[in-house]
Design a protein around this ligand. Structure first.
Ligand code: FES
Length: 215
């Protein structure tokens, strides 16, 4: 049967590379041949055992460059996958926090003190918006009041008002915040104190909200 009449779907003679047919090898499909392996791709283990008989640890610590590069690529891929997963988890956490804040709704309106309860440069502790959040009300002048969370923005120690130094002082690491604005002025804190929004109604001071700030 010549090549013009041969059925192309007929199985190919596996003896295609027999010595007598060397001249025909160019006609065989590529799948007939084992894939070519470059010399430097071949790993010979120190004990000359085949690759699938080697201990698992040897695959993580290859002795040849190609395998070593393969392990580096694999580790890099792992790193990228883990980094992406951590980033995604962080975004999900932020979204959950925002959702939780929205669910909590508006903070309550809460009376803190009467105007005459506090002398100028005096301070008063209270909790707001719930009993777990200690805050400080400070009277700056006869007409000006400020209030901030008492939690230091470094590691949450309780800050102490020092009106004569115009600051809140954190004794844990000597942090300081401006008395009027709550912005950090010394020590490790980098973020301002959480501000309590105040409103004067008749002869009393009320807390009406909380303002978290990053700068
Ligand atoms: S906890 Fe306030 S300065 Fe560190």
């Amino acid at each position: 049967m010549d090549s013009l009449t041969r059925d192309p779907r007929a199985p190919i003679d596996p003896a295609i590379d027999s010595p007598g047919r060397e001249g025909l090898t160019g006609t065989a499909p590529a799948s007939m041949y084992a894939p070519a392996v470059e010399r430097e791709q071949i790993t010979i283990a120190p004990d000359f055992a085949p690759a699938d008989a080697q201990p698992a640890w040897r695959q993580d610590f290859p002795i040849d460059w190609p395998q070593d590069l393969y392990v580096e690529r694999r580790d890099f891929l792992k790193f990228m996958v883990l980094t992406s997963a951590a980033f995604t988890a962080g975004q999900a956490w932020i979204a959950a926090q925002n959702w939780y804040r929205r669910q909590r709704g508006q903070p309550p309106v809460q009376r803190i003190a009467g105007i005459d309860d506090l002398p100028v440069a005096g301070s008063l502790g209270f909790t707001y918006p719930d009993e777990h959040e200690p805050c400080l009300l400070v009277r700056l002048t006869t007409t000006e009041f400020v209030a901030f969370s008492q939690k230091c923005t470094h590691l949450s120690c309780a800050v102490i008002p020092r009106p004569h130094e115009n600051s809140f002082f954190c004794p844990c690491h000597n942090g300081r915040f401006d008395l009027r604005t709550g912005t950090p002025t010394a020590g490790p804190p980098r973020r301002p104190l959480t501000r309590v929004v105040l409103e004067r109604r008749a002869d009393a001071i009320y807390a009406i909200g909380v303002e978290e700030r990053t700068v």
